[in-house]
Structure formats: C-alpha cells, structure tokens
Design a protein around this ligand. Structure first.
Ligand code: 2M8
Ligand code: MG
Ligand code: MG
Length: 264
C-alpha cells in the first residue's frame, strides 16, 4: 500500500494548517512502513519543511500540483532533484501572464506580483512561510478579480500558450497543460511497482478540484469535505472504492483511513 495525500484542507486544516487530529494515523502508518507521499500545490521549499515536521523525509513528494516530483537520495538514479516532470518553468509562466495582462487588462494578482506580507494576509501563513510559498519552480497561484467573460478569455489565451488553470482551496493555479497530480501519482506508482517487483495498491486523499486527477489515478479514493462549494465529480465506476467524508481537514482525513484500512 502507498498513500498519496493533499495537504491544505486535507491532512492540514484549511485555516491554521495543523494536523493534530491525524497524528494517531500518521504514527500507525509510519509503524507499518506505509509510504505517505505528500501531493500538493505547495512548493518544494514548503514541502521540505513539512516533511521534516511530519517525519517523512525518506519519502518522495509531489509539489506544485504535480509539476515537480522530489525523490529521496536512495531513489536518485537517473532523475535530477527536484525533478520537473512537465510543463513550463516559473519564469516563462510569469512572462506569459504579465504579457497577457498588459494586453487585455486582466484583473488578477499572482504570488509574483506581491510581497510576502500580502501572501501571508491572503493565506494565513506567517511571512516566513509565505516566502517559501513564493519560491516557485513550475506553477503560479493567482486570485482573479475580474468578470467571468474575461476569465474565460484568460483561460483560452493560456491554453494557446500550453498553460492551464486548476483550482486549489484559495487560488487558481497556472501550470503546464501536461502536468497534474494525476500524472505525477501515476508516474510514482509505476516506479514503486518497478522497485517492488509486484503490483502496489494506492490510496489518495484530497479535498479540491485540483485533486480530482489524483483521485481518479488511485485504487482507493477519499474525497475530503472541502471549504468550498465545488462539486467533486469522479468519473470512476468502482464506487465502492470511493469514500466521501463528512468532516473537513485532518478529521476527515482520519475518517477516510478508518473507512478503508484495518491495520493489525
Ligand atoms: C496555495 O495553494 C492552496 C492549495 O489548495 C490554495 O490554492 O489554496 C499554494 O500554492 C501554496 O504554495 C500555499 O502554501 C497555499 C497556502 O494557502 O496556497
Ligand atoms: Mg486541498
Ligand atoms: Mg492542495
């Protein structure tokens, strides 16, 4: 068994980013040596900090919504670290966004437009944490202040540039069209399978639209109740392998594990 988990609104509380209610399960998974792979829109710099706080530094992780995969030292054969799997790099994404805004007067603010203080105000992170969130390699979170028509136009313009938009808990995320949590989860699952020489069972937990591709790519999916009104439609037919929690954040996260896993 390997487990992929979203952070904000899933393992971490949407507001204060705590994971205390999940600690008993974190301890159990660690004792049973079940890999827990953080799969998030956060940056490598942010995840590195969280990985040490969660005692997961030996595990791979997936950052920036799947654009980046980070492998631990004993996995580093051919892949560079962090391993940028697909899509444009951050400078290119910023360049395209700024050019489109100049041309069409689009009303948005990205992390690259503002100070760490502003990111801290938007997110509830400390300024130090916000600075880590601003160290981006391959995706840009932004807030949209314009109308729907302009938003549709932005989407179209980005598509022409090979970029797409996905929705996190608070922000829209701009990234390469080929990248996503689902692709990254598939890639890592294959690697685990190769390494172990036998099929692996995977589970995924997430609360937002940006988690849908991950929840389609795993054997067991936990849809955590979100702090948003978006439906979380899954196309998969094996409904017995999908569990929707009624609690949000780390409480819901634990509910999901209780539902699917019995550890002896
Ligand atoms: C951003 O992502 C969250 C994830 O759902 C969001 O869209 O609300 C990130 O890009 C991240 O780097 C940051 O830590 C987080 C803080 O709320 O916001
Ligand atoms: Mg989330
Ligand atoms: Mg997320």
């Amino acid at each position: 068994l390997i487990i992929f988990t979203d952070l904000d609104g899933s393992l971490l509380d949407h507001h204060d980013y705590s994971w205390q209610p999940a600690q008993p399960w974190l301890d159990k998974l660690s004792a049973a040596q079940v890999p827990l792979i953080l799969t998030t829109s956060k940056t490598s710099a942010e995840v590195a900090e969280l990985q040490s706080a969660l005692n997961l530094t030996q595990q791979p992780f997936i950052a920036e919504n799947g654009a980046i995969i980070h492998l631990p030292p004993d996995w580093r054969d051919e892949a560079a670290v962090p391993f940028h799997i697909s899509g444009a790099g951050y400078p290119e994404i910023r360049q395209i966004l700024v050019a489109l805004r100049q041309r069409y007067d689009f009303e948005f603010r990205g992390f690259g437009d503002v100070t760490a203080r502003q990111v801290a105000l938007w997110t509830g992170l400390t300024e130090e944490e916000a600075a880590l969130a601003m160290q981006r390699d391959a995706s840009e979170p932004l807030l949209w202040f314009g109308n729907d028509l302009d938003f549709a136009r932005l989407k179209k313009c980005l598509m022409r540039e090979g970029l797409s938009l996905t929705r996190g808990g608070r922000f829209w995320h701009v990234m390469g069209t080929g990248a996503g949590k689902g692709q990254a989860v598939q890639w890592l699952s294959d690697r685990y399978q190769q390494k172990r020489g036998q099929p692996v069972i995977s589970m995924g937990l997430g609360d937002g639209p940006n988690d849908l591709s991950m929840l389609e790519a795993v054997n067991y999916a936990v849809v955590i109740k979100g702090h948003h009104e978006h439906e979380m439609p899954l196309q998969r037919e094996d409904v017995a392998h999908v569990f929707r929690t009624d609690a949000p954040g780390p409480h819901g996260w634990s509910q999901g594990l209780n539902h699917f896993i019995t550890l002896r």
